[in-house]
Write a protein that binds this ligand. Sequence first.
Ligand code: PLP
Length: 466
Amino acid sequence: MNMLSNLGTEQLQEKDNHFIHPWESMKGLGSNKRTIVKRADGIYYYDTDGKRYIDGPGGMWCVNIGYGRVEMADAIRDQALAMPYCSPWSEANEPAALLAAKIAEISPGDLNNVFLTNSGSTAVDTALRFVMFFNNVLGRPEKKHIISRHSAYHGSTYLSSSAAGKERDKSFMDTDTEIFHHISDPKPYARPDGMSMEGWLEFLVKEFEDKILELGANNVAAFIGEPLLASGGVSIPPKGYHQRFHEVCRKHDVLYISDEVVTAWGRLGHWFASEDVYGIVPDIITTAKGLTSGYQPLGACLISDRLIKQISGDDVPDSYFSNGYTYSGHPVACAAALKNIEIIERDGILEHARTVGPHLQARLQGMKDIPIVGDVRGEGLLGCIECDITNGEGEGDALTLDHEIGKRIDEHCHAMGLLVRPLINMCVFSPPCIITIDQIDEMMDIMHKGVEMTMEDVRKEGIWKG
Ligand code: PLP
């Protein structure tokens, strides 16, 4: 095993306090005691004390092929030794060329043009910058407005965070509010009491079209949406939503950007979810995470031939898409992605995810019996439990605690050897796509117990009166 130091848990935690983690609470900065993960294998993490945890979130929705793949390490090592870097501005490299062609082959429709980035945020940033560039080249610079949704997450650059719609993430941060507009989170659980699913779908489609008309179709460049809103709480739109939104986009000459940073590479049992699960071929797809299963940082923005044709060739003025990164098409990251795709194909991981996914979803439905659980939802190999301990009240301790309930469930599960990702009053999870039926049962048994223990706590504390 890799030995970088002989330091014990507390000493490492002390050093780690120099690392400002994503979404770091400034209040607690310098005094955190995070679990230090030392090694990982299959679906399991092991901490510095040797304690084993099921990795419920699959890293961060990304370790699709699981941990400890020696052949991945070999591919990364071999490429690092052969040629670790060359400039994507002036040279081409074999892994990036092979990867771009492979992505074009397995992606839906005419999405054959692949811009390689460093992450999901930079893939989304690239998509949004491309859309602006596209309209400038076509001589319609006013067509710039972007429509997104509340609860969406699209990344952490200025543009991608402006597209995101999680209000809490915007506190104390500046984002663009001139060209970005947000419509409803489509999760059926949020629909008004008594409204049918069909009614909800009609409401959402009308809201979207009304927003385009309000802004003026000539001013609206694109809609950006995750096929399902993952880190916003696994919001799954009603059936038919994607196709209806796609039709509205086509009708008003608005581009459809499908943000598949989470939903691609087997998470929903397919290479990409847009077409195979939801029946649409978008104009642009952004992806990352499972593209390398987290073994290397890499993202991609896939652009359709239809768009590229309009701004290239002899009949249009020459233009430069001045967007890119030192590490665009990084050879080592691309070699990891190629190996990842090879493993997914060889081991039948897409088929496996389609086989075991229904079991995970059935076990998730079983959590509904716990009285503090308000809603459960999921698709493929991801899911969410949403709790409600507000006793039907709009304020008070129960509501305050409702915002913490995910954290409490996570603490109980953590003690029992399962990591779940707490999110306000929810827990979301997306285990490695290699998870077996037995391991799903192990994970869901612990989660069930963790939610029940949390319920007992809030009952004893007199906060929940169920
Ligand atoms: N888009 C979606 C849908 C995501 O879930 C994420 C990250 O969770 C991103 C974009 C940003 O990706 P990254 O964190 O790799 O920049």
